[in-house]
Design a binder for this molecule. Structure first.
Ligand SMILES: *[C@@H]1O[C@H](CO)[C@@H](O)[C@H](O)[C@H]1NC(C)=O
Ligand SMILES: *[C@@H]1O[C@H](CO)[C@@H](O)[C@H](O)[C@H]1NC(C)=O
Ligand SMILES: *[C@@H]1O[C@H](CO)[C@@H](O)[C@H](O)[C@H]1NC(C)=O
Ligand SMILES: *[C@@H]1O[C@H](CO)[C@@H](O)[C@H](O)[C@H]1NC(C)=O
Length: 367
């Protein structure tokens, strides 16, 4: 058809055809150019979402982020999706943008893998400290934010989960922490389904102190909530503790542990004492390194104790510009609680604590 049209064309026709062809080529180039630009922008947007440079917690940026725990790291950045979606997961590995900057076609710095180890709990136990301490180790790469995959975001699928992870070399362990996993009914089964070899770390702390710390944190965000005493009991005179209140429920460790032991052997779960983490961080981190099967590189030399804060901090090193200390929100002073209520709660937790010590074979000395 086209051939016949061209073939029948008079002397004026070829010139017009050439012009047409030229215009066509030009418009194609334009389209291509626009398309490339769009792609380029899209790439940038993507890499900002996955490893926003400003949120990147490289060895240097870590301290700063720590000091500003609750502040969004980039107010001008992409708004996080639905509630529950992690806001700009920051990886401990070079950002995709940095890796992409090398145009020589070099191999990427490792691959994204599903985590081989998880810090699954507990809220207010000291999980952030363990994560920040362990990620100093060269054989560990950790996600800086909490992905909440096995509780809120499971529907997004494992590929989505993997895409959040920092790149790792074959010899490195990928790690993430989401403290709510420990009290999520479905989490053990889901994690087992990902890999039955997943190593689990649980940071535990005196459940009474934990509950108060939990309440203090909520109070700082919602100053209008009832008192701790009011929320703790269904009937205080009867000593009826309200076990449906999360601040109380989370501390019933023996109960939650049962659902994990249905899927994982005890040897695959490591318990960190939140108390000893403060008094002897090197000792606790030594055991964490043993559990992960990595060399004990994090030692006494890495810590100093900040007396004002009452917390151990990571020393300044060549690779980190700031000493890493847990920020304001971590050393927060607790509200004053009626000592009688504290006694009642101590009584309430006693049988759960004893059961917990027996199950894990360790006395945490919370009485
Ligand atoms: C890019 O990759 C090549 C090959 O691995 C390496 O020699 C070079 O140093 C890299 N350049 C940058 C800027 O990272
Ligand atoms: C287990 O994981 C597979 C993918 O590895 C998935 O297809 C399946 O739906 C998962 N099952 C459950 C019960 O989560
Ligand atoms: C608590 O229990 C006591 C004794 O049964 C009862 O008299 C009181 O009304 C209860 N208080 C509340 C708030 O339910
Ligand atoms: C210790 O903590 C206090 C209070 O947060 C802080 O002002 C101070 O700079 C810290 N000191 C060191 C040596 O890190």
């Amino acid at each position: 058809m086209a051939y016949r049209v061209l073939g029948r064309a008079g002397p004026a026709q070829p010139r017009r055809a050439r012009r047409l062809l030229f215009a066509f080529t030009l418009s194609l180039s334009c389209t291509y150019l626009c398309y490339s630009l769009l792609c380029c922008c899209d790439d940038l947007g993507q890499s900002r979402l996955l490893g926003a440079p400003r949120c990147l917690r490289g060895p240097g940026a870590g301290g700063q982020k720590l000091l500003q725990e609750s502040r969004p790291c980039d107010p001008s950045g992409p708004t996080p999706g639905e509630p529950g979606a992690p806001s700009a997961p920051a990886a401990g590995a070079p950002s995709p943008r940095l890796a992409g900057a090398n145009h020589s076609g070099s191999p990427k710095l490792g691959t994204k893998r599903l985590p081989q180890a998880l810090i699954v709990g507990v809220k207010k136990g000291g999980t952030r400290a363990v994560l920040e301490f362990i990620r100093v180790h060269p054989d560990v790469r950790a996600l800086g934010t909490e992905p909440h995959f096995f509780d809120r975001n499971y529907g997004r699928g494992l590929d989505w989960y993997r895409s959040l992870m920092p790149r790792t070399l074959e010899s490195q362990i990928t790690l993430e922490k989401t403290p709510s996993y420990f009290v999520t009914q479905e989490a053990p089964r889901r994690i087992f389904n990902m890999s039955r070899d997943t190593k689990l770390i649980v940071v535990v702390r005196n459940p009474v102190t934990r509950a108060i710390s939990d309440y203090t944190q909520t109070l700082s965000k919602k100053p209008d909530i009832p008192t701790f005493e009011g929320l703790s009991f269904r009937n205080r005179t009867l000593g009826l503790v309200d076990v449906s209140w999360n601040a109380i429920r989370i501390g019933m460790y023996a109960l939650h542990l049962e659902s994990w032991l249905r899927y994982f052997p005890l040897a695959q779960i490591h318990f960190v004492s939140g108390e000893r983490l403060i008094t002897d961080p090197a000792g606790e981190m030594g055991r964490v390194q043993d559990f992960l099967g990595i060399k004990r590189l994090i030692t006494d030399k890495h810590f100093y104790f900040n007396k004002t804060k009452g917390f151990p901090c990571l020393k300044k090193t060549e690779s980190s510009l700031l000493p890493r200390c847990l920020g304001k929100s971590k050393g927060r002073t607790h509200v004053q609680i009626d000592p009688e209520v504290i006694d009642q709660l101590r009584e309430f937790y006693r049988p759960y604590n004893i059961k917990f010590y027996e199950t894990v074979g360790q006395d945490f000395r919370w009485e």
